[in-house]
Design a protein. Structure first.
Length: 182
């Protein structure tokens, strides 16, 4: 009799636990996968935002809108602007990487897989340079120069790989050379 009670109570506990797990699963957020054209739009919009951020760096020499040469007078203000641009780049690339994380290799087309590789390499380079850049005091610092090279190369590679008219072999070559040169 005691064994029967243990079995009934044990079975009831198992059933209740399974019911709780099923209910929790119903309320969990599900990952939404978007069609390629939406992923393409996300990639293109990120490229556009990064380009606008690069353009803002030109203001450290001359603010064309206000014709003010004193906006970024002094090396500290210029360096603060460069450092802010670095943080924005890293933030944007991190967000894009998180957006692409749910997609496995099979879920992305060749172009988007290639872009993800460029994205990861670009993020790695910028992040590796970040510590030195944050300590830099003047615009001629080696880390500032490396940052400028890194964002220009990243933007160029990202744009060429994203472009519809870039042949598949060229995309693969660009990704391979970019990864290997890092």
């Amino acid at each position: 009799m005691a064994d029967e009670i243990k079995t009934v109570v044990g079975n009831q506990l198992v059933k209740e636990t399974i019911t709780e797990i099923v209910e929790e699963e119903k309320h969990k957020k599900k990952t939404v996968f978007f069609q390629a054209k939406f992923v393409e739009g996300l990639l293109a919009e990120t490229l556009s935002q990064l380009k606008h951020q690069m353009d803002a760096l030109f203001l450290i020499f001359f603010d064309e809108e206000t014709k003010d040469l004193k906006s970024f007078k002094g090396p500290k203000k210029r360096m603060d602007s460069i450092k802010a641009t670095s943080e924005i780049f890293l933030g944007e690339l991190n967000i894009l990487n998180e957006c692409l994380a749910p997609y496995d290799e099979a879920a992305l087309n060749h172009k988007h897989r290639s872009l993800r590789q460029v994205l990861k390499e670009g993020f790695k380079r910028l992040n590796d340079n970040r510590k030195g850049l944050m300590k830099a005091k003047n615009i001629n610092n080696q880390y500032v120069t490396q940052f400028a090279k890194d964002i220009c190369l990243f933007m160029t590679n990202f744009h060429v790989v994203l472009h519809d008219k870039t042949p598949k072999k060229e995309r693969s070559r660009i990704v391979r050379e970019y990864r290997d040169s890092g």
